[in-house]
Ligand binder design. Structure first.
Ligand SMILES: O=C1C[C@@H](O)[C@H](O)[C@@H](O)C1=O
Length: 303
């Protein structure tokens, strides 16, 4: 072998070796992270959702408050369906928190009832959102702190049942921008409340989700792994228009998110979520397959 072809051979061999090392490393990227998928895409057809989610190899499911309405009087039936699909109930969308003092007792009772339901299903976490963002002005610091205060009260009571309450950052709610999220999170009592960091809502609110992973590493209780596209080609006059899309199809730097999850050795649920199929021609299962392919091929997960 001439010196040049020998050098070329060694170079190619080196590339191959580092390529296989890379794929090995990425498979082991966040070894203790648990992947779940949210039923929201199936629009209330939870039984179909669980069948599809299991078929794709995810280990957990997030159900929504509609499941409470349907199954509150037949909890065992739902528990058996979850178990027969070899799934865990990773998260339950418990709904909105009221900050009006007159509604404090009823909002606490509402979420505590959901927490009992979740406990009976074998789950241990509920997600809190809110619909109290003022329409005509920015929220005040007092309003943001008041939300944290009420959530702390909810979290205190659900903790007694063995259920962790988590605050979900969300567009058009209290906690849209990173600054608002920070005020809320700083006012949360970490003994009772954790953060569900939704990376797509956080990105759309102007934040850098990978940075938030490091910033909130001690208080993150769960993640929504999702992607969002903005602006939209069909809404050229609205630069703020956005839509949720399958993983890898939008603007969220998910690779950076997973790099930082690796740094913090994240070991809790990461729930893949897509609010609705972005293309009418696709089924929820087909959209989930696209996201799964991204997790395997780009992030390196073995699912
Ligand atoms: O409960 C939810 C409702 C959706 O609006 C949202 O995008 C999602 O993150 C969620 O958890």
């Amino acid at each position: 072998m001439s010196e040049i072809s020998r050098r070329d051979f060694l170079y190619q061999a080196g590339l191959l070796a580092s390529a296989s090392l890379f794929s090995f490393e990425s498979q082991a990227k966040v070894p203790n992270l648990q992947l779940a998928y949210s039923a929201i895409t199936w629009g209330g057809k939870d039984l179909d959702a669980m069948k599809d989610i299991t078929s794709l190899g995810f280990k957990g499911v997030q159900l929504r408050a509609n499941a409470y309405d349907t199954y509150k009087t037949k909890v065992q039936e739902l528990k058996e369906v979850i178990a027969s699909n070899s799934l865990s109930l990773a998260m339950f969308s418990s709904g909105n928190v009221e900050i009006d003092p007159a509604k404090e007792a009823s909002t606490i009772d509402y979420h505590v009832a959901h927490a009992s339901f979740v406990k009976a299903l074998g789950g241990n976490a509920i997600q809190l959102t809110n619909s109290v963002r003022p329409k005509d002005r920015l929220p005040t610091t007092e309003e943001l702190k008041r939300l944290a205060f009420v959530m702390n009260e909810i979290g205190k009571q659900t903790a007694d049942l063995g259920v962790q309450a988590v605050y979900h950052n969300h567009m058009h709610q209290l906690g849209e921008t990173p600054e608002e999220v920070d005020i809320i999170v700083q006012a949360m009592n970490p003994k009772y409340m954790k953060l569900l960091l939704d990376v797509a809502h956080y990105h759309q609110g102007g934040g850098i989700p990978a940075k938030a992973v490091l910033q909130y590493k001690d208080i993150i209780g769960a993640l929504h792994i999702k992607d969002v596209k903005s602006p939209l080609a069909d809404k050229p006059n609205d630069p703020k228009a956005y839509k949720f899309v399958e993983l890898g199809q939008g603007n969220v730097d998910l690779k950076a998110v997973f790099d930082n999850l690796q740094k913090i050795k994240y070991n809790k649920w990461a729930i893949v979520e897509l609010d609705g199929v972005p293309e009418k021609t696709r089924t929820p299962l087909q959209s989930a397959e696209i996201s799964k392919a991204f997790l395997k091929d780009t992030i390196g997960f073995k699912i």
